[in-house]
Write a protein that binds this ligand. Structure first.
Ligand SMILES: Cc1cc2nc3c(=O)[nH]c(=O)nc-3n(C[C@H](O)[C@H](O)[C@H](O)COP(=O)(O)OP(=O)(O)OC[C@H]3O[C@@H](n4cnc5c(N)ncnc54)[C@H](O)[C@@H]3O)c2cc1C
Length: 435
């Protein structure tokens, strides 16, 4: 069966504003490259700080419709610590430093949703890490205790509590994590940010940066398909696409994720899940599934993470959709096979040591990105903080972001491709019972 790559979130978000393409030779005070959460937040903050400057925002496709309109909509404010992460003083300190950024990131999403009145089904009631098999839950009780000792809000849920909350019997062990964690419709959030961009931001779509020449006196000249932009200051919000422009090569790499969204549940299907309130479920081990019951009563299913730098072909997409059908059948056996309405893929950006990018690459050229699958909230915050840093402003949060460990080295080329594919395939195999 032919499957068209179409983000359900974007398709259901309503009509987007259209912006022209940019061509010719242009001079500007500020250029923001990439119109996802990072670029949108950066452009908004620059406009607030420099009301009379020229600010150009470009995206090679449509604003807000890359990963920012394709993700699963978990706004992370309280990150689950990794196994053993809180035990060693060094990794505990790193977790606590990142926790500060996460908390501020979740709060920034909430602030924008509230102040800009963005209608995106924002739900601040946390989400659940859940598994079917007990060994995959190893250490989660201790982690819940540690989170609570650190002032967090975690609760262990047994099979009965999970059944009553989620309306399905698939999961046996769960950990609910609140503390500011939220769920939302990501494309509607991004669209709300686009619709409320300050008037001084000149936005352009279908405008691809093909080359960045770092200028010795500061700033850069950015070549477009048809022309170039000479900018005094540049903020790069390209996330997984940084290496394609020669930035952060050997430090960050793309991971392809594929998701499906069903049509709305019918009344009898609603009965089958006891008319459960919307929820979001994550797997505590790498390679497990992400599942949501959305506010508009659809099911989101994502159960693959792969190293496919060239993207997911139509044939591959059809196969991934079949895996989503299987994941749905395990959890919602009453759903017919053709319940899926949309299937899509997108690139998230990863680094080997789970660190993000927040730095001045050359004088006047700044980059924020690579959030290891948690960029909805972090991109929204770090785009804003980068605009402040690039403006010479500082704050404890900017300082904290600058102090974080940088992405560590990863090899490039065929050897890396082979290792990355093997590692991710292994993770998917280990997590099979959780698909
Ligand atoms: C399926 C999926 C599920 C995810 N789930 C979650 C989740 O639940 N929670 C979470 O926090 N994160 C999640 N993520 C990750 C999250 O989507 C990203 O971290 C986030 O979108 C990063 O925002 P960004 O603005 O930095 O990058 P992006 O959203 O990737 O935006 C980059 C933009 O740059 C543009 N661009 C690329 N190249 C060029 C160029 N040469 N010139 C001009 N423009 C260019 C792209 O078109 C794109 O619009 C998920 C990602 C995927 C794919």
């Amino acid at each position: 069966m032919q499957v068209t790559d179409r983000s359900g979130w974007v398709a259901l978000a309503g009509d987007y504003k259209a912006f022209p393409a940019l061509a010719g030779n242009i001079k500007t005070d500020w250029l923001v490259i990439g119109g996802g959460f990072t670029g949108l937040a950066a452009a908004r903050r620059i406009a607030e700080l420099h009301p009379s400057d020229r600010i150009i925002l470009i995206d090679r496709r449509k604003l807000g419709q890359g990963a920012s309109g394709r993700n699963s909509g978990f706004a992370v404010s309280r990150e689950m610590p990794g196994a053993g992460e809180l035990d060693k003083p060094s990794s505990r300190a790193a977790y606590l430093a990142q926790a500060e950024i996460h908390r501020a990131a979740g709060a920034e999403v909430k602030r924008l949703v509230t102040e800009l009145k963005i209608d995106c089904d924002y739900d601040p009631n946390g989400y659940i890490f859940a598994v079917r098999e007990r060994p995959k839950f190893k250490g989660l009780e201790e982690r819940a205790k540690a989170i609570n000792e650190l002032g967090g809000d975690a609760k262990i849920l047994d099979a009965a509590a999970l059944k009553s909350r989620l309306g399905i019997s698939f999961y046996n062990h769960g950990l609910w994590l609140g503390g500011g964690n939220a769920l939302l419709q990501p494309a509607r959030f991004a669209k709300g940010l686009i619709d409320t961009l300050p008037a001084s931001v000149e936005a352009y779509e279908n405008t691809e940066a093909v080359k960045i020449v770092h200028e010795p006196g500061g700033g850069a000249t950015v070549a477009l398909r048809d022309g170039h932009i000479r900018a005094e200051r540049v903020i790069v919000g390209l996330n997984a696409f940084m290496p394609r422009l020669g930035l952060k090569q050997g430090r960050v790499f793309p991971i392809s994720l594929t998701a499906s969204l069903t049509r709305p549940l019918t009344p009898s299907e609603e009965d089958a899940i006891g008319r459960a309130a919307p929820w979001g479920g994550l797997c505590p081990i790498e390679g497990g599934a992400t599942v949501r019951l959305t506010s508009d009563r659809r099911i989101l299913m994502r159960n693959t993470a792969e190293y496919e730098p060239d993207g997911i072909s139509a044939t591959m997409l059809a196969k991934r959709r079949a895996w989503h059908e299987m994941g749905l059948a395990h959890r919602f056996p009453f759903l017919p096979k053709d319940a899926i309405e949309f299937t899509w893929s997108g690139h998230m950006c990863a680094s080997r040591n789970w660190s993000f990018v927040f730095e001045e690459l050359s004088q006047g050229v700044f980059a924020a990105g690579c959030y290891n699958g948690a960029g909805l909230a972090r991109g929204t915050l770090l785009g804003k903080l980068m605009a402040e840093h690039a403006s010479g402003e500082t704050s404890p949060l900017v300082e904290s972001a600058l102090r974080q460990e940088r992405p560590s080295w990863v090899p490039t080329g065929p050897f890396f491709t082979m290792i990355a594919k093997m590692r991710l395939a292994h993770e998917l195999r280990v997590a099979k019972s959780e698909h």
